[in-house]
Design a protein around this ligand. Structure first.
Ligand SMILES: [Zn+2]
Length: 218
């Protein structure tokens, strides 16, 4: 026969295991959507985020901000963060110092004009960061966002299909991870509901770049 004391201890352990299982440690992540605004796909993404009550970050290009100012204002009004993803997505190695300065500064000027708010982060095309990029970004009064860990959905490669985008975007996620997507890929928008559902199942909470930087003390 089990003693009352042992039975009580077993019950406590059992209840503790339920509480532990019910409240997993939150995994703080930031989702970034690059190269927009995209007139066809960005509205679909905004609809999913509004329904799921999730805020993300948009890596906006200056020339696309100039072409879609109303859409960019909708992004900001919905509570998402907009960061500077250059004027026109050139590879920095192909540019003179002056042209590189212009990619950063023109991007900043046009995004600020269209969004009605100045980005505080530079998010480099191709995540190409060297001393020249750092110098141009510093000149523009910006900071480069450097992820603690980056997980790429692979959605910029057309041979990565919808199921693979979901798999890659939800694999190896740790506290502080930035998950990279592209606004122009239709499959990314159609998979976003499933991506968010799986990330929520893993205990993810969704922060913008600035919120994640604050949380990580960056
Ligand atoms: Zn890009």
């Amino acid at each position: 026969m089990i003693s009352p004391r042992l039975a009580f201890a077993s019950l406590c352990l059992f209840l503790a295991s339920i509480v532990t299982a019910a409240t997993p440690k939150p995994v703080h992540v930031a989702l970034i959507f690059d190269d927009g605004p995209d007139a066809a796909q960005t509205p679909k993404l905004l609809a999913v985020f509004a329904k799921q009550k999730v805020h993300v970050t948009f890596g906006t290009m200056g020339k696309n901000a100039e072409a879609n100012p109303r859409l960019l204002k909708r992004v900001v009004a919905a509570g998402h963060e907009v960061v500077n993803h250059s004027y026109s997505h050139q590879q920095p190695k192909d540019l003179t110092g002056e042209a590189l300065d212009a990619q950063v500064a023109d991007g900043q000027r046009l995004i600020t004009a269209a969004a009605g708010r100045a980005p505080v982060w530079y998010w480099p095309p191709y995540i190409a960061i060297d001393d020249r990029v750092r110098a141009s970004v510093a000149k523009a009064g910006l900071r480069i966002y450097t992820p603690r860990k980056l997980v790429a959905s692979g959605d910029y490669m057309t041979d990565v299909d919808a199921a693979e985008i979901l798999r890659r975007a939800t694999t190896g996620i740790e506290d502080g991870t930035v998950i990279l997507f592209h606004e122009w890929r239709p499959e990314t928008a159609t998979q976003m509901k499933a991506v968010l559902k799986e990330l929520k199942r893993q205990g993810c909470v969704f922060l913008t770049f600035s919120e994640l930087a604050k949380y990580l003390g960056q």
